[in-house]
Design a protein around this ligand. Structure first.
Ligand code: ADE
Length: 245
């Protein structure tokens, strides 16, 4: 069982997806659990403010430390082993291998690479943090402003980037991380083809082209070999036509 606690100001942007299709099936099977924490609940002052202007000047507002630490600590109070993920364009680039490691709870602590010189890089030997019941708990912090106070990194275990582009907030990255991890939990894909032999799962292999009925559509024919019933030839064809990244 893997639990994700999502700390966000925009739960409504995330929740519908998690209540759909495979993600929800994983919940119903007891293999995944999703929980939300409203960062606003930990905001400061009468306006429950969570951000402020940067010291030294500059455009935009930064997430403040106090609400973020309080929100994370409120989750860790009941599960001190929970690991904190921060989606950020300057994190480690997310890939299938990382998704597999997160799904199994076995990975290296890829952590807090130095960005401003304010914090030292932390790198620990491989660890397995799933607790004795085999459960893993990830807290995903979704920033939604121009950035965050650098000291927030001291409470973060993984900085993860979805790619070299800038999104408005951490909600879309959170969904992508969750989806790609949850579908790899054994049992989530049910009787369907296992995630292990699907696209990407053995490294950089992409899926081979696939076809279903009809045999011919608007002049486009299904390759003859796939209709032949010759499993050896089909396997060879698929191997030859697998894409790579
Ligand atoms: N937040 C904003 N842009 C992002 C990106 N590319 N990856 C992860 N988190 C982000």
């Amino acid at each position: 069982m893997i639990k994700f606690t999502i700390i966000t100001l925009f739960r409504e942007a995330i929740e519908p997806y998690l209540k759909t299709s495979m993600m929800w099936k994983a919940v119903e099977k007891g293999l995944a659990e999703f929980d939300f924490v409203n960062l606003r609940d930990f905001g400061l002052g009468p306006h429950k403010s969570v951000d402020d202007a940067p010291y030294g000047g500059g455009d935009g507002m930064l997430l403040r430390c106090e609400p973020v630490f309080a929100a994370i600590e409120s989750v860790k109070a009941s599960d001190p082993d929970a690991k904190v993920i921060l989606p950020t364009p300057v994190g480690e680039i997310w890939n299938q291998e990382m998704a597999r490691e997160f799904a199994s709870g076995e990975f290296e602590k890829i952590c807090c690479r130095e960005r401003s010189g304010a914090l030292a890089q932390v790198s620990l030997p491989p660890s397995n943090f799933s607790n004795s019941s085999g459960n893993c708990h990830y807290i995903i912090l979704c920033p939604h402003y121009e950035g965050y106070d650098e000291r927030i990194l001291s409470i973060v275990d993984y900085k993860i980037s979805l790619g070299k582009y800038v999104l408005t907030g951490g909600e879309l990255p959170a969904l992508i991380i969750i989806d790609s991890v949850v579908r790899l939990i054994p049992g989530v894909l049910g009787g369907e083809q296992s995630a292990e032999i699907e696209s990407f799962s053995d490294g950089d292999n992409l899926e081979y082209p696939q076809y279903t009925r009809p045999e011919e559509f608007r002049g486009m024919k299904v390759p003859e070999v796939l209709l032949s019933g010759n499993h050896g030839e089909i396997a060879k064809w698929r191997e030859e036509h697998s894409g790579t990244v």
